[in-house]
Design a protein around this ligand. Structure first.
Ligand SMILES: [Zn+2]
Ligand SMILES: [Zn+2]
Length: 280
């Protein structure tokens, strides 16, 4: 991993080992603190499991942890992920629902391992589970297993080839639609924001539908956005009364991507998001 240099103070999109990140929640918060992050949302996919550990570490290091999760969705809208902020990490009913989603993820990865084996790629489910270390299973774990075996030149190349949607090994997820994801966050008292809108297909058609069920934010500030994409998101935020949010989406895997605190997020964002609690 690259040397630690200073980042910005707010990061509202980060992943730990409890989903598909590489660092434990404590290690992740330590790295964020070393980068100068003061407010961090832990937004592991479909789980609240890392929040208590992150919060405890944050308290000792002066980092405010905002409890969050990122819900993956399955629909014709492409990769439409929904961030849910200010959820209650003790919410047992939400954790039950998330567990159902995680179990589906596990079955899907098992099926993909089977497909890869049938295609002649000898990846081992046991190794994939080891890589995940108990976190919510996803394609990143398969990518690492393929890379370790030398079947792909890099971790990223796995996503572009064997794990891509048009690959014969690909298995679609079973899960929530984007509208169901926004609704779920609202039902549990959270504040939903649409993650990395650049990966959504038909963004301008989807946004009003999500706003109608309570979407409150849009992730305008994101490392992989072009200036045009950021401007487009800020424009939609104005016209649809959404709070522009942002974050690194740091996973700590591979050398690519944005480091913790690597994206500027305006300080007023936190207050604006908090003002959306309880009102759709
Ligand atoms: Zn995402
Ligand atoms: Zn993410």
């Amino acid at each position: 991993m690259a040397a630690i240099t200073a980042g910005y103070a707010i990061d509202l999109h980060t992943h730990s080992l409890r989903s598909d990140g590489a660092l434990s929640p404590a290690e992740l918060v330590k790295r964020a603190a070393a980068r100068g992050v003061k407010i961090q949302a832990l937004s592991d996919h479909d789980t609240l499991a890392g929040i208590a550990e992150a919060t405890a570490t944050g308290e000792s290091l002066g980092v405010r942890i905002i409890p969050a999760t990122e819900l993956n969705t399955e629909s014709e809208w492409g990769d439409a992920h929904v961030l849910g902020y200010f959820i209650d990490p003790q919410d047992a009913a939400l954790e039950d629902r998330l567990r159902w989603l995680r179990e589906n993820r596990g079955r899907r990865i098992e099926l993909m391992v089977g497909n890869l084996n049938a295609l002649g790629y000898a990846v081992d489910l046991v190794r994939v589970l080891e890589i995940a270390q108990g976190g919510a299973l996803g394609r990143p774990h398969l990518a690492q297993a393929l890379f370790e075996k030398g079947y792909v030149k890099s971790y990223d190349a796995a996503f572009d080839t064997l794990l891509a949607k048009d690959s014969p090994a690909y298995v679609a997820r079973v899960g929530l639609s984007p509208i169901e994801a926004v609704t779920l966050v609202r039902e549990h008292g959270g504040v939903p924001s649409l993650a990395h809108p650049g990966t959504v297909l038909g963004l301008d058609e989807l946004l009003p539908e999500l706003v109608a069920v309570g979407l409150a934010g849009i992730e305008a500030y994101y490392g992989e956005h072009t200036p045009e994409m950021t401007a487009r998101c800020l424009d939609r935020a104005r016209t649809l009364d959404l709070v522009p949010t942002g974050g690194s989406d740091f996973h700590g895997r591979g050398d690519h991507g944005t480091d913790l605190g690597g994206v500027f997020v305006p300080p007023e964002t936190i207050e604006r998001l908090e003002s959306r609690r309880g009102r759709a």
